[in-house]
Design a protein around this ligand. Structure first.
Ligand code: BES
Ligand code: ZN
Length: 394
């Protein structure tokens, strides 16, 4: 008995010693099925989700796996290595989440609110958008760690509260974050009848200027005073018309986007944690500079929901009547990616294609003057966003 225990301890410590070397791979199921018969040692599937599996392998086995994939499937890679089982499983789950967020259909996209939408959209005014851009770019910087970064968030909160002061079904709050000073802003119009279903219109409230970080002047007129001013105009026309949605609408100004989507990551993760039912998210980040001659509104097709993007195209044709198309960021370039990563459907209608991007952003020269001097381009996005929230909320 004693001997057996000794053996057991010995083999346990052998496992413990071997453990730091082994890695947990996430492998596509099709790849795994083809290579399994060719491997020297059988591999056990530890977890499986969304067409991929987690397997544990030693460095030698991983090397053999790489060679088999290369020789048999004539491709490289095909798997991702992780340092722990938990990390591998999370990667699969969030990839699954991401897949779901991009491909699933979250709402009824029939357009049937023309009588409500048309008169409200007609009231969108270039001047009020322009004035808000000027006020926001007047803050020296809206950098997430700066004092003026905090003040600018309070200013947005006050502006939204003033527009909705006659409404008891509307509240405007600052959302504090643990690791930095600048709060996010959230305005909620409580739905009259399907209030647990939420539609979100958001954009980032912070600005940044290159390597100077918090010190430099960062007007961020295009990036992203324009998005916040566009959202503010949607709020203005909805409140002026005393619009009361059936579902809940939330307007968001995210803190700390420029340093890694931090504010929206916090918020989207907490919504998922609380199983909040978000049926549509629109991100407005840069609506000022008309960079592409033959396209007014350009939808980013990556990190976004395909069906909702198509719906936006139809809304443009119906209510905005300007040209539109698609482009790609190529990475999670703004807060819509935080919602997508948490399994929610998001879209990002953008001011130009990626090729025609405004090169003044993230510098002290990101000004209204350098982006055309008026907010005519942004007004198109205010019309689209108004149509989006009204059609989805009713
Ligand atoms: N507004 C930009 C994103 C952007 C820039 C979209 C150019 C399309 C074209 C956003 O504020 C930003 O700067 N994002 C960061 C990424 C983020 C993860 C820090 C960026 O693009 O570097
Ligand atoms: Zn930026």
């Amino acid at each position: 008995m004693k001997k057996m225990l000794g053996l057991l301890l010995l083999s346990l410590s052998a496992v413990a010693l071997a453990a730091p070397d082994t890695q947990w791979l996430t492998v596509d199921n099709d790849v795994l099925a083809k290579i399994r018969p060719k491997l020297n040692k059988s591999v056990q599937t530890l977890y499986s989700a969304q067409g991929a599996s987690v397997v544990e392998m030693s460095p030698a086995e991983i090397e053999q796996l790489g060679a088999v994939i290369h020789n048999e499937l004539h491709r490289c890679g095909g798997f991702i290595a992780h340092d722990s089982y938990e990390e591998a499983q999370t990667a699969l789950t969030s990839q699954g989440e991401m897949y779901f967020a991009k491909q699933a259909i979250f709402a009824d996209y029939t357009i049937n609110q023309a009588e409500v939408v048309r008169p409200i959209v007609a009231q969108v005014a270039e001047t009020s958008i322009r004035n808000m851009i000027i006020k926001l770019s007047d803050f020296k910087t809206r950098y997430y760690k700066s004092e003026t970064g905090v003040q600018s968030s309070e200013f947005i909160r006050d502006s939204w509260a003033a527009l909705s002061k006659h409404r008891s079904d509307v509240k405007v709050e600052l959302i504090k974050h643990k690791s930095w000073a600048q709060p996010s802003i959230v305005m909620t119009i409580e739905g009259s009848n399907l209030s647990e279903e939420i539609i979100i219109l958001g954009g980032h409230a912070d600005s940044i200027a290159g390597m100077f970080g918090g010190m430099a002047r960062a007007p961020g007129a295009d990036d992203n005073a324009s998005g916040i001013a566009t959202i503010t105009e949607v709020i203005r026309v909805l409140m002026e018309n005393n619009f009361k949605p059936r579902r809940t609408i939330q307007f968001m100004g995210y803190a700390a986007e420029e340093v890694g989507l931090l504010g929206s990551k916090d918020i989207a993760a907490s919504y998922k944690e609380k199983s909040q039912k978000v049926i549509g998210v629109m991100q407005l980040d840069m609506t000022l500079n008309k960079g592409t001659a033959d396209k007014d509104i350009v939808m980013m097709s990556d990190f976004t929901n395909a069906a909702q993007n198509e719906f936006l195209g139809k809304l443009i044709d119906e209510y905005v009547k300007v040209s539109w198309g698609y482009s790609r960021c190529g990475y999670g370039c703004s807060d819509h990616a935080s919602w997508t990563a948490n399994g929610y459907p998001a879209s990002m209608p953008f001011e130009s294609t990626m090729e025609d991007i405004n090169h003044k952003i993230h510098t002290p020269n990101d000004t209204l003057q350098n982006a055309g001097g008026d907010a005519k381009h942004a007004a198109k996005f205010a019309k689209l966003a108004t149509a989006f929230v009204v059609e989805l909320a009713n």
